[in-house]
Design a protein around this ligand. Sequence first.
Ligand code: ZN
Length: 309
Amino acid sequence: MNSKGIHHITAIAGNPQTNIDFYEGILELKLIKKTVNFDDPGTYHFYFGDEVGRPGTILTFFPWGKNANKGRRGRGQVISLSFSVPSGSLKYWEERFKKFKVVFDGPYDRFGENVISIEDPDGIEIELIENGAEKSDTAIRGFKSATLSVESLAKSQSVLTGVLGFNLIGNEGSRYRFESEGSIGNNIDLIVSPDSFPGIMGAGAIHHIAFRAADRVHQHTISKLLMQINLRVTEVIDRKYFKSVYFREPNGILFEIATDLPGFLVDEKKEDLGKILQLPEWFESKRNVIEKSLQQLKEPSPERVYLLE
Ligand code: ZN
């Protein structure tokens, strides 16, 4: 009962408009769901992904707005996320980043693949990694991997290999790569850096990473294994598009186990995904108040991110 890999990654952003301008406008991801933070309905929750938001393609944000405190990436956090792009497509992305004034590093080699890295407007590190077959299109396919900064290799390894079914497949210096049996979002890199600064949660930091469970039974099996190694796991929480449990892995990073189903078509048709604000039924009666409290959004514009328009 192994996890197939990453289900979604959730980060904190500042301005919601800038967030949409960057991820839809520049990275050409699709906003597949516009909703609110179920634990704080005065804040948006954006989901970006492929055309239907398949597990392994979903990047989500809580844009905290003007009052967001600034985060800092560091030890005890997911410190970067990597998207898979078709082999040969990095030229396209370099040109695009130059056009819209996005500073990038690379390309450089990691485990035999070409990587370029950028920061989003809040400071989140994003990598594009060429892998798989050369294709005529250039679009991001979904996650390739995520990089976690940890104090102890063994502690996180106990969860990744002992519970989630990943295998350690190699290392480059202090970067250790784990792989699961899925076809997307199936790598986790641990960087062992016990002396580095601990991360601070806030805009520009990644809040948590979710791993895939096929269904509730699979999720329950994983929860039981986690409890057997004395980790505290939450109750099952209904996130409308999936069911979730949360725990802190032994190096302190917040992990979630999310079910593949029911998915993002549960309240909207494919062609309508992301168009209107979706609320869980327990907030519907407060829709007017909630909508008024949220910043109004314009159509995404790649030029607006670094004020080229
Ligand atoms: Zn989550």
